[in-house]
Design a binder for this molecule. Structure first.
Ligand SMILES: Cc1ncc(COP(=O)(O)O)c(C=O)c1O
Length: 403
């Protein structure tokens, strides 16, 4: 993969000169967008700024065609059996909430989860515990940051209705053994909700081969626009899954006393949608396919190895486990002794133009379990170069050794 060539596709990376151009290492939050995605979104507003699924005029028909095309692309991208298994929502959080509150969980039902979860899984589950009375159990990770499959196996029983888990942690980049977990969960009659927000940008996910029941991702972490999430729900599950939002376009018929929902996926897409975002998402998936997810993964990993190798022995730097970069995606989470994570991020931004994230990364419970008050997270993606990684590593080493 030729990162230097790909960088030309990203307008932000063409601004200014070498000295003023930012080193963007916050892709786990949002990736940059290539021009083809911006063009696809702009084309919607400039050439057919209408509404899908309602009016039948020319412009609306064009929106229908483009949105159907994006849905088909997403379906092929994740190897769903049918585009009807793909719904476009406003983000991954909406997909996670839809499944947690719409899949029929009742008082006393057990949900098994992990200690890696982002607040977008964790908070709806705590809320479901308080409001519905579900019972929530958490499988803790090992001290070395890896997942304890034995503990997961032992925690499963036939009372568990749902396993809600991330595929890749947004803190450490560690990927859980999802295929094995899905098999074990299914053996016990539980459905599996996979939060693949951090895995999908650089992993070929095949929902049928994985056998997963529900999967959600964020378009904005995979070169797509902000404000779009993709929810996969298998045909079997989506038949009974209740929407989170009800209203116009989600129904076939209403009376003063009743309503009839449309078939999936339209029932999950009530109200006027983010058409430019959906169309832009289709363009982003096409771009990722052109570059190749395996190549992106390889590139990310080699950058991660480079920064890990450089920083792991620097005095004062602690890497959040697992420290082996082969076990992590393009992410490195670390702390510098004696300097707060926020100060590290601020110094990197203000003195070296290096942009990354610091804090508890929407994963407060994991930090509490590890007794840490936060970390700095550098996340590399397809447009980052070895030279950028070296500049970042040098800057962190300087903070650790010279401050
Ligand atoms: C693992 C994980 N799950 C869920 C989310 C929430 O995604 P969204 O902002 O699309 O709702 C994030 C965002 O950072 C994430 O990293």
């Amino acid at each position: 993969m030729d990162a230097e060539r790909l960088r030309k596709d990203f307008p932000l990376l063409a601004l200014g000169d070498e000295a003023t151009r930012p080193i963007y290492l916050d892709s786990a939050c949002q990736t940059l967008r290539p021009k083809c995605v911006l063009d696809a979104m702009h084309e919607y507003y400039s050439s057919f700024p209408a509404c899908a699924g309602r009016s039948s005029h020319k412009l609306a028909t064009e929106v229908d065609i483009r949105c159907d095309d994006a849905r088909t692309k997403a379906s092929t991208f994740f190897n769903a059996a049918d585009p009807a298994e793909i719904a476009f929502l406003k983000n991954a959080t909406e997909g996670l909430n839809t499944v947690i509150f719409g899949s029929g969980l009742r008082r006393g039902d057990e949900v098994l989860t992990t200690d890696y979860e982002h607040n977008s899984v964790h908070v709806p589950l705590v809320h479901a515990q308080q409001e519905i009375g579900i019972r929530r159990r958490i499988v803790a990770s090992r001290d070395d940051g890896t997942f304890d499959l034995e503990a997961f196996k032992n925690a499963l029983n036939t009372e568990v209705r749902l396993v809600a888990m991330c595929l890749t942690s947004n803190v450490t980049g560690y990927t859980l053994p999802a295929k094995a977990m899905v098999e074990i969960a299914h053996d016990h009659g539980a459905k599996v909700l996979l939060d693949a927000a951090q895995a999908a940008p650089s992993t070929r996910l095949n929902v049928q081969a994985m056998g997963v029941d529900y999967l959600v991702v964020s378009a904005h972490k995979m070169l797509g626009p902000s404000g779009v999430g993709i929810m996969y729900a298998s045909a079997e599950c989506s038949r009974t899954l209740r929407p989170l939002t009800f209203g116009g376009h989600g129904v076939t018929d209403t009376t003063f006393d009743s309503y009839e929902l449309l078939s999936p996926p339209e029932r999950f897409e009530a109200g006027l949608q983010n058409y430019s975002g959906i169309i832009g998402t289709g363009a982003a998936l096409e771009y990722l396919d052109r570059v190749g997810l395996e190549e992106i993964r390889e590139h990310e990993r080699s950058l991660n190895k480079r920064m890990t190798r450089r920083l792991m022995d620097v005095s004062g730097i602690t890497i959040l486990e697992p420290s082996d970069p082969n076990l992590r995606a393009g992410m490195l989470a670390f702390n510098v002794a004696g300097v707060s994570h926020h100060d590290v991020a601020m110094i990197l931004d203000h003195s070296r133009n290096i942009l990354l994230r610091a804090g508890k990364l929407c994963c407060h419970s994991l930090f509490e379990a590890r007794r840490l008050d936060g970390c700095v997270r550098a996340s590399a993606y397809l447009y980052n170069t070895p030279a950028e990684i070296d500049a970042f590593s040098q800057a962190v080493e300087d903070i650790a050794t010279k401050l």
